[in-house]
Structure formats: C-alpha cells, structure tokens
Design a binder for this molecule. Sequence first.
Ligand SMILES: NC(=O)c1ccc[n+]([C@@H]2O[C@H](COP(=O)([O-])OP(=O)(O)OC[C@H]3O[C@@H](n4cnc5c(N)ncnc54)[C@H](OP(=O)(O)O)[C@@H]3O)[C@@H](O)[C@H]2O)c1
Length: 310
Amino acid sequence: MFGKKKQVSTIDKDQLELIENAQKRIRQKKRLYIHFVIFLIGAVFLILANTVLGIGKDFTIAGINWFVYAIFAWLFIFLYHFVNVFITNKFMGKDWEKQQLDKLVNQQQQRIDKLKEGFLKEERKIAQSQAYNETHPAKESTEKKKTRELTIIVAAGEDNAIGKDNDLIWHLSNDLKRFKKLTSGHHIIMGRKTFESFPKPLPNRTHIVITRQKDYKAPDGVIIVNNLDDALDAARKDTQPFIIGGGEIYKQSLPFADKLEITRVHGTFEGADTFFPEIDLDVWKEVNRTTHDADADHKYAFSFITYERR
Ligand SMILES: NC(=O)c1ccc[n+]([C@@H]2O[C@H](COP(=O)([O-])OP(=O)(O)OC[C@H]3O[C@@H](n4cnc5c(N)ncnc54)[C@H](OP(=O)(O)O)[C@@H]3O)[C@@H](O)[C@H]2O)c1
C-alpha cells in the first residue's frame, strides 16, 4: 500500500523525440568543434613536421610542399563535415523534417476521420429521429398535451364494423352502462354525424362536436369546433377526454390517443358502412380484458379490452 510509486513520465512522445533530437544536434556540433580543434592542431603539427622537423622537406608537388596539400585535403574534409552539420542536417535533418511532416499529416488525417465519424453518427441519429417522427407523428404532436390521457372509446365487431346508416348495429346494455360509467363527468369529442345519431345530448358530459360547417347550430352547452385540434384544445382541462366516434373522427384521432377502451363484439356484421381502423399491436399493448358471453340481454358475446400506447 505504501510501496514506491512507479515514476510516470509527464513528457509525451513528441516532446521526448524533440529532446532527443536536440541532444543529437548538440553532439553533432560538439564533434564538429572537436574536429575543428584537431584540424588546427593537426595543421600546425604538419607545418612544424615539415618546416622544423624536416619531414618530407624535399617532397613537393608542382613546387608546393606536401603539407600544404595535406592541410587543404583536411580542410576539405572539415568543410564537408561543417556543411553536413549546418546545411545538410539543418533543422535536425531532412529525414527528420519529412518524418515530422508525415506524422503531422497522419495526425490531421486521424482527426479528420474522427470528425467525419462523429458527423456520420450525428447524421444517422438525426435521420433516425426524423424517420421515427414520420412514422410516429402522434408522439411528437401530443407531447405538449401529455398531462392528460386522451381515450378512444368504441364498440367494434371482429371485422371492425361500428355502424350502419348512421346508427349502431347492436344493442348491448352492459356496453352502454360501461360507456356511461367511463365517460360521465368528462368531455366527449365526436363527429357531427355521431352527434346527430343521438336523440338528445347525453347527460353529465360536455359535448364537443366537430363539423366543417361554420354556422352549425346545437343546443346550449354543446361546444362546436371546426377541426380536431380545436376539439382537443377545448378539452385541455380534462384529465381524460374521450373520443366517442364515429368512423371519421376515430381515424383522425387514433394517432393522438393514449388509451383505447374497446368493446370487441364477437361477430361480423354484413352491411356495415362504418369501421374502426385496424389496431396496430406494435403501437398498442393490451393491458386488460374481460369477456362476457351472449345472454338474454346480449345477442352477441363481447370483451372489454383496454389498450395503452407502448
Ligand atoms: N360503435 C361505436 O362505438 C360507434 C361510436 C360512434 C359512432 N358510431 C357510428 O359511426 C357512424 C358515424 O360515423 P361517421 O364516420 O359516418 O361520421 P362521424 O365521424 O361521426 O362524423 C363525420 C363528420 O364530422 C365532421 N368532420 C370530420 N372530420 C372533420 C374535420 N377534420 N374537420 C371538421 N369537421 C370534420 C364532418 O361534419 P360536417 O359534415 O358537418 O362538416 C363529417 O361529416 C354511425 O353509424 C354511428 O352510429 C359507432
């Protein structure tokens, strides 16, 4: 626990390389300096060897003493060394410069690749969320209205039939009782045709009727609107407004609904002219079901099924 800590270098690889190259450069200059000193001493020695010690006194080339050639040859070697240190190897050498440049280009390329990857990920996310919003328009548009549970209530046959000649196809007293129990005290939103299928407004519920007619007349207390959005707005203070039909309004409001209260009437109904849209089980999840057999009061067996949006 109290053992020696391993020394971790805080110098990164590039810095280390720079230091190593600077050291190499100092060594090169040192060697050049030593070469220069040796050359001076050597030149003096050659001159003395010839003039004082008389070594090769009589050896001349084109009338010039050999030591002059020797000194010039050495000077040439020294100059070559000098050029090598200060010109050829300038800025730590051409190879080193090239290496650094390649490295820099590589690093930049890696950064560009990373950025590209980031952009691609971002683009993919945007495209996915756009695609999601296109296929799930309801979620996005109802987000603002999430404080309430918009509920569709309907009785539909196995074939989704819900009406014929602007009337219901069956009479199921338990279904009507359940309808009354669930919707009482709430706003009920309906199309003009459904509204007109009632003998009079239903008690203890606020009716919102959707029509394109600008001067549609209805009894006091019935709210008339010209589109679904205004209907939802008129019911904004209700925590559970109900869409009660008919076919046109069910179809338009299904994408905005949070819950479905379906009475599935176990039968198929020839001649029906109005239908409920197909329930997509990828979107809706069944959360409750109770089944009733046919009896004296109920010509058809039926099930109360509750669905919630997944
Ligand atoms: N089984 C069930 O649970 C159940 C429940 C309800 C109804 N139903 C049945 O369904 C049938 C009626 O349904 P339906 O589809 O014929 O009619 P509906 O949906 O009740 O009403 C259609 C009317 O609503 C208005 N409307 C529709 N969309 C609109 C919009 N976007 N903006 C403004 N107004 C709009 C129009 O009125 P205007 O023509 O005045 O412009 C249109 O003619 C009946 O047979 C009824 O008995 C069954």
